[in-house]
Design a protein around this ligand. Structure first.
Ligand code: PAF
Length: 285
């Protein structure tokens, strides 16, 4: 595996692969890699001859007061894992390499319909930071495929939408959330959980699952507002500080009409220092 820090060198490498008729898959990450990321790499290697993984803690998707400085960075361990997983190139740019003029002066990408709702409401500007860096990575690598975790459901919709709106010729591939045995979704931020909080953490998933199971009951299910209210109360009584629990249309995160059948239950909640998110897609009966 080759480690590349500069855009020009990465472009030259990709151009060489293209000359050889090879397809390229990109897996964008912020590092501190776990089994969830390795599942993305595995998928990337199945669909393309060449795999590029970017490791870049993007400062501009952290809102003021968030954990940018403290975000876990484990470059040496990441390099070993990616090399063992058969990745061709690890792209590890510096902040200056990607944002030569600083973020304030950089052109931004914003997906208006999704930017300010749910996680975007409590983390204003977060999805603009994500959309901007992902667009830059797409333009740098020019991948045939880009592989993302389904865990960050709103992020995935933001990326699909920007690809569509900006006519970027890349196939966005989603990989199912990887979970611990007790249901907790793998996340780099799980390292913030204390031993006690780690025991409580899977209750977020269990609560979302309960709402999803009841929704599947169809017309006999309680009104959506009631399901959500009960779930929120359950989280709070278990020691979470709930940000939101909500049921939305899966396609665009809009408020569902009674006729909508493809829904998603989403929740975000703080547990100590960790902000956890989870979701389950449901076809309403
Ligand atoms: O999901 C992440 O790790 C990040 O938001 C991403 C997509 C790599 C952009 O920085």
């Amino acid at each position: 595996m080759r480690t590349v820090n500069h855009v020009a060198a990465l472009r030259a490498q990709v151009a060489q692969w293209r000359d050889d008729g090879e397809q390229v898959a990109l897996v964008p990450t912020m590092g501190n890699l776990h089994a969830g990321h390795l599942a993305l790499v595995e998928r990337a290697r199945q669909i393309a001859e060449r795999t590029v993984v970017s490791v870049f803690v993007n400062p501009f998707q952290f809102v003021p007061g968030e954990d940018y400085e403290a975000y876990p960075r484990t470059p040496d361990a990441d390099r070993i894992k990616l090399s063992e997983a058969g990745v061709d190139v690890l792209f590890m740019p510096t902040v200056d390499e990607l944002y030569e003029r600083g973020f304030e002066a950089t052109t931004r990408v914003q997906v208006p319909a999704l930017d300010g709702i749910l996680c975007g409401a409590s983390r204003p500007g977060h999805f603009t930071g994500v959309a901007t860096v992902v667009t830059k990575l797409f333009n740098i690598v020019g991948p045939d495929y880009a592989v993302f975790g389904d865990k960050d459901f709103q992020q995935l919709l933001v990326i699909r939408r920007l690809v569509e709106d900006l006519c970027i010729p890349v196939d966005v591939v989603a990989v199912a959330t990887v979970r611990e045995r007790d249901g907790l979704a793998l996340s780099s931020r799980n390292v913030y959980l204390t031993t006690e909080e780690r025991i409580t953490a899977p209750r977020l998933y269990l609560t979302v699952k309960e709402v999803a199971d009841r929704l599947r009951d169809g017309p006999s299910a309680a009104p959506l507002a009631e399901l959500v209210q009960q779930a929120r109360a359950r989280l709070e009584s278990n020691g979470f500080r709930a940000d939101y629990v909500t049921i939305r249309r899966a396609a665009d995160l809009g408020e569902p009409d009674p006729a909508d059948t493809e829904l998603v239950v989403l929740a975000a909640a703080w547990l100590g220092r960790a902000r956890l998110i989870d979701h389950i897609e449901v076809t309403r009966g």
